[in-house]
Structure formats: structure tokens, C-alpha cells
Design a protein around this ligand. Sequence first.
Ligand SMILES: *Cc1c(COP(=O)(O)O)cnc(C)c1O
Length: 396
Amino acid sequence: MAITALMPVYPRCGVRPVRGEGCYLYGEDGRKFLDFASGIAVNALGHGHPKLVGAIASQAATLMHVSNLYGSPQGEALARRLVENTFADTVFFTNSGAEAVECAIKTARRYHFANGHPERHELITFDMAFHGRTIGAISATNQDKLRNGFEPLLPGFAYAPFDDLDAALALIGPRTAGFLVEPIQGEGGVRPASETFLKGLRAACDEHGLLLVLDEVQCGYGRTGRFFAHELYGVTPDIMAAAKGIGGGFPLGACLATEEAAKGMIAGTHGSTYGGNPLAMAAGEAVLDVILEPGFLEHVGDMGRRLRSSLEQMIPNYDGLFDHVRGHGLMLGLKLKSDCRAFVAHVRDHHDLLLVAAGENVVRVLPPLIVDESHIAECVEKLSEAARVYVPATDD
Ligand SMILES: *Cc1c(COP(=O)(O)O)cnc(C)c1O
């Protein structure tokens, strides 16, 4: 048999982590890595955070899972806190980002159905978008590498260039349900939307009775120094998908919506066996306790500014390699002038620093939100050392 026991859908690298502590990961061979990848923006509290670990351990011993057939004091409590701290009036808990996006798509379609407009089922989405790997989520992007071979995909999506307001508005028609957009594209290359663009989409939604659906799976939950990234823009969505940081590493996602946008989501319309179970809720509560602690989001903002300026100071020394820094808070992208995957591999293999490649040859720098100045200094030192010896491969 040639196939590996783990279905070979990931080109996995040689790092084989078995233990984590704060901002560090330890490989099977004992090697220590500075983790500025955070499981792709998931380990918001780093590894082994005592509050999160304690909450999960004690809830596991108390009650791990019950069916959504029963009342959920745990789910009600976390949903109430999310409602109190966001635009939303109601929350559906999922186990992943793609499921949160699925719920967002279903909520949007059901809204127009409930209003007597089932023909309004088309969401306008954007070039380079990433919304997850379910059939629904890959239908919501025009990236070939995600879609190839999985056709026929779900109808009901139209695609516009990202951050191009006129192009998005030009696609509005009688079938349009709304827009589905990442305020800051993650996989696409840490591409922040402009304020004009997001505000323009919001205004178009208000004018035409459409829904603004935000995918904040990667950029949300404190990553930018605000609880959700749309707060940076002064724009509120009708529906929003969250995940990644929300469970700090425990599989958890959420679809948040206003009462109006969720009007079609009545009993029997949606569900999940595991979604929102007591163990996941305990993890979610522990993460939220930390993120909403006074000063925590300010800390993320401070560390983000420090990291960004340190990276920017480094760039002129290696301007054949680095182009610029973009992003917000601790969701930063370092744009390279050559292949970013090779550089990510180099810093990992030779400088024990974990980063993540993204679109447009951008290296994502996504430290745990609990980083301090010393981790940032260590990261920039490792990057400088790497840049000093790194020779980009030439095309041949
Ligand atoms: C990671 C991601 C998803 C998918 O989340 P999964 O938990 O992998 O299903 C969706 N949207 C965005 C913006 C993401 O970054």
C-alpha cells in the first residue's frame, strides 16, 4: 500500500510538535521553536495556558457532552456574553470555521426566504477569499486550487475583485442576498479591506435590503487589537462567522447574527451534534475571560505596533528580500520579493521560528496574543539572522 495512514492532503513539514508552553513548541526530537504561527491564529492564549487547561480539565470531569435536545446553561451563558460584547443578538455554536461560514450562508438564504424572496440566494464574494473547505465554503471562493475536481459546486455565488467597491456593486441584481467578505483576508495574503470598501458594502446592504456577512474566522477575536476587526472600520455586519481563536485551540466556532438577520433560523432549520457542548463552552468561557480582561486588547494593540515597527526597521537592511509589512494588530503580513514558502521553510528549519505562508508571497506573522516584548525581539532577531544568510532560489 502506497497511501499513508493519514490521508495525504497536507504537504506536512518535518516539524513534529509534541508539547507546547506559552509561545514555544517542542518537537518530537526535543527541538524548541518560537511559535509565531499559533496553529494559524488559533492558540490566542499560547500553549498550555493554565486558565484554559484548568477549565477544560474540570469541565471534562463534570460533563463533556450532551445533546442539543436538552437545555444548555453553558451555551446560553457564553452566547449571552458574546451578544453583550458584539453587534449580535443571537449565536449558533459550531466546531470549526467552515461550519460557522456554512451557518452564515444558511442564515442569509433563510432570511430572504422568510421575507418571501427565496430567489435572493446569491452571495457576492471576493477574489482570493478563503472561507474553509466544505462544499459550501469552497463554492464561496473563486480560487481554483480549492475548487478543482470538486465540481459541481454549490450555485448561488458571484465573485468580484477584493476591495473593488464598484465591481461589487455592479454585481447586485434581483438574486443577490448580500456580501460575504473577510475584513482582512488571511490565507489570501493578509490583505486588509479599505474603509471605503467595507462602508460602501454596508451602505449598499442598507439601500437594497441585503445582508453584510463577515468572515472573521481569522481576523476576529482579539487578533487585531479590537474584539472583532470590523470595529476598526466602524462597520457592523448582519451576520458573522467566528472561530480559530475563540476556543484557544479547542475546536469551536460561532455564527453570530442580529435578530432581524436570523429571523428565518427557527426550530428545526439547523443543527450540530457536538456544536456548543459543555466542554467547548468551558474552553470558550476561559478564552473570553482572558480576552475581555481590562487591558488585554490594549496589550494586543501595543504588541502589534511594536512588532510592526520592529519588522519595518529591519526591512531596509534586507530590502532585496522584504518589501513591506501589512495588517492590523497581531495579524501581520511580511511581503517578500521572492517565494514566501521557501523563506518560511528556511526560518523554520534553520532558525527555529514558525511562521505561515499566505497568498501574494506574504509571510503571516501570527503570534499568540499573550506575547511580550522579549518574544517579539527574539522573532525579529531570528528573521534578521535568516535574512542575512538566506539566498532566494532563482527561477530556472
Ligand atoms: C481558517 C479559516 C476558515 C475555515 O476554518 P476551519 O476551522 O478550518 O474550518 C474560514 N474562514 C477564514 C477567514 C479562515 O481563516
